[in-house]
Write a protein that binds this ligand. Structure first.
Ligand code: SF4
Length: 149
């Protein structure tokens, strides 16, 4: 699951997105916290980034890119982080992931539109897309309860 949901301070500005229920799953040993952007080599804090030209599927296909608000192309780091997250999921035998909605790495149904205006579009982040392509079931902090039914 997204490490920021477990209260780890890995967000671009150095904060977190704590969800107590998700933190409990980690504390009980039922989930592994992962931050794809950290695994991709990005620093904390770092400039916010959004996808331009398409969502995570398009980034993985080489048809879109991830850029920071300052204009730096960080596509390579996002793809590396997605691949490392997939490797961890394979190592641990995970069949599903709970990822932070809206993130260019972790978003599973909505992502920001690339204009840094706060507007979002239907789509998925780079890590969510890669995990789904590998057959994992991917949920967000908003809909993961569906996986329990
Ligand atoms: Fe959280 Fe994912 Fe962003 Fe890391 S990449 S801070 S885990 S939403």
């Amino acid at each position: 699951m997204s490490a920021c949901l477990a209260g780890i301070n890995c967000k671009y500005h150095g904060g977190h997105n704590l969800d107590p229920e998700i933190r409990r799953m980690v504390a009980e040993g039922n989930a592994i916290p992962v931050c794809p952007e950290q695994l991709g080599g990005l620093r904390i804090p770092r400039a916010p980034a959004e996808m331009q030209g398409g969502d995570g599927r398009e980034v993985l296909a080489g048809r879109a890119r991830v850029v920071t608000k300052d204009g730096e192309d960080v596509t390579e780091a996002f793809v590396k982080g997605a691949r490392e997250t997939l490797a961890l999921s394979e190592l641990s035998g995970a069949g599903e992931a709970i990822l932070k909605e809206g993130s260019p790495s972790c978003g599973s149904s909505r992502v920001y539109d690339g204009t840094f205006s706060g507007a979002s579009l239907p789509g998925e982040g780079v890590t969510a897309a890669l995990l789904r392509q590998a057959g994992l079931r991917v949920y967000s902090e908003k809909n993961w309860h569906e996986s329990q039914n």
